[in-house]
Design a protein around this ligand. Structure first.
Ligand code: FES
Length: 283
């Protein structure tokens, strides 16, 4: 039987789509499982890692794994329809075959985070990689290792909020967990907060004491979130973000993902702000 070690790293393993959840008009979450249970068992991802998903006859793309490793027997990927590959993925149905290879990249420093409070700040589909870590720290077997959890999440509109079942229902009920949800502009039927994520963050004004801030979202949101965190007194080593752009091979071979001297697929996608500040200014 083929196992992960002897396998050509560029050849994906066959997998099947089990379930598809419509998150927003252009984002779907795919639950997938490897066809070979041994491959599924050996796929040991850590929160923050990515995988390459292939749609046969179309190509492949790097997608962050949005499910926690504590969720066994399947993987979840939330995919925004932005190009040919992701559009092809969106046309598939439960039961369709895909290929998966990985996991790739580094991961959130969940060991270092033990004993700390965690502040998650996400925008739009940017909540997808954060969700892997949120569900990891909230899992029964890990919860005692971490302090309070705050999650600030926003999207353009109610329709654009991903994982509504988590942000509005499941996570707010978890012990020691607070969820703050916002949409950019007021709309009928929404009684929650209205405003951009960085402004909401400043309003909430969390203390940096004994805390890590982990953020992912559109570049413009990240820019203002980082400024706000700095104003609140977070040091560059307390702020972590994740980048996924430009990955192709995922294993340091194609040279597509380099930023200065770093390769996102090998050195990232997770970076401390202190590391990001050493990269060329466009990032
Ligand atoms: S994705 Fe090919 S070198 Fe990083």
């Amino acid at each position: 039987m083929t196992n992960c070690r002897s396998h050509n790293p560029l050849r994906p393993f066959p997998a099947t789509i089990i379930k598809i959840i419509d998150e927003t008009p252009d984002v779907k979450t795919f639950q997938m499982a490897f066809d070979d249970p041994e491959v599924m068992e050996n796929f040991k991802q850590k929160p923050g890692q990515v995988a390459q998903i292939s749609v046969f006859g179309v190509g492949e793309a790097t997608i962050s794994i949005t499910s926690s490793p504590t969720k066994k027997g399947l993987l979840e990927f939330s995919v925004k329809k932005v190009g040919m590959l992701t559009s092809a993925l969106h046309r598939l149905e439960p039961g369709c075959k895909v290929g998966i290879r990985g996991p790739y990249g580094n991961h959130f420093p969940y060991e270092k985070m033990k004993g700390k409070d965690l502040l998650f700040i996400g925008g739009g589909i940017g909540l997808a990689p954060l969700r892997a870590l949120i569900d990891f720290v909230l899992a029964e077997e890990n919860r005692k290792d971490y302090g309070n959890i705050e999650i600030i999440y926003g999207a353009r509109s109610v329709d654009d909020l991903c994982f509504k079942y988590d942000i509005l229902e499941r996570w707010p009920q978890m012990p020691g967990t607070k969820v703050y949800t916002t949409i950019d502009r007021a709309e009928q039927g929404w009684e929650g907060h209205v405003g951009f994520v960085p402004a909401y963050l400043e309003e909430i004004n969390p203390t940096p004491k004994n805390k890590y801030a982990i953020t992912c979202g559109p570049p413009i949101m990240i820019k203002f979130v980082l400024q706000a965190l700095e104003k609140m007194g977070f040091s560059d080593d307390q702020v972590i973000t994740t980048l996924e752009m430009k990955m192709k091979c995922g294993i340091g071979k194609c040279g597509r993902c380099n930023i200065g001297s770093k390769y996102v697929c090998l050195d990232g996608p997770v970076f401390y702000l202190s590391q990001l500040k050493q990269l060329p200014p466009e990032f």
